[in-house]
Design a protein around this ligand. Structure first.
Ligand code: AMP
Length: 130
């Protein structure tokens, strides 16, 4: 599938859609997830267009991971998170819904989910009564 320049993250990068930006450099951007699975759920994206991990330039991927490490430290501190899950989904079958490569940073606390190794969709939002 060809990269869709109208996807929501491409629009955020072009300032055509709003985002709560928390970090930005020449090659990457981090912002808060608009539908957070838990408080502090943050996304890191490369600025270069790439749909998923199969298409991204390895050097850009490396930089995106460096940014992820930087932002993870900030999220850990800002949200007093004892643990952080890093998740990255590729393809609709894996649960990807926005087709611009991105990394999830999801604060984790003991007991907040049944299976700490579960995927990004396995998280029970704080504000839901399951
Ligand atoms: P994925 O399922 O891995 O593709 O994750 C996409 C993520 O993007 C989801 O967690 C959404 O809540 C999040 N998302 C979708 N639209 C926006 C937006 N406009 N601003 C911030 N996060 C968004």
């Amino acid at each position: 599938m060809a990269y869709d320049h109208e996807n929501i993250f491409a629009k955020i990068l072009r300032n055509e859609a709003p985002a709560a930006r928390v970090f930005e450099d020449e090659l990457s951007l981090a912002f808060m997830d608009v539908m957070p699975q838990v408080q502090g759920h943050t996304l890191v994206i490369p600025k270069a267009p790439a749909e998923n991990i199969h298409e991204i330039d390895p050097e850009i991927l490396g930089h995106t991971i460096q940014t992820t490490q930087t932002v993870a430290a900030a999220v850990k501190s800002a949200f007093d998170a004892p643990g952080i899950m890093i998740a990255q989904l590729n393809g609709a079958s894996a649960g990807q819904t926005v087709f611009h490569c991105h990394v999830h940073l999801i604060p984790r606390r003991k007991g907040d989910i049944e299976n700490p190794r579960g995927g990004v969709r396995g998280i029970i939002p704080e504000n839901k009564d399951y």
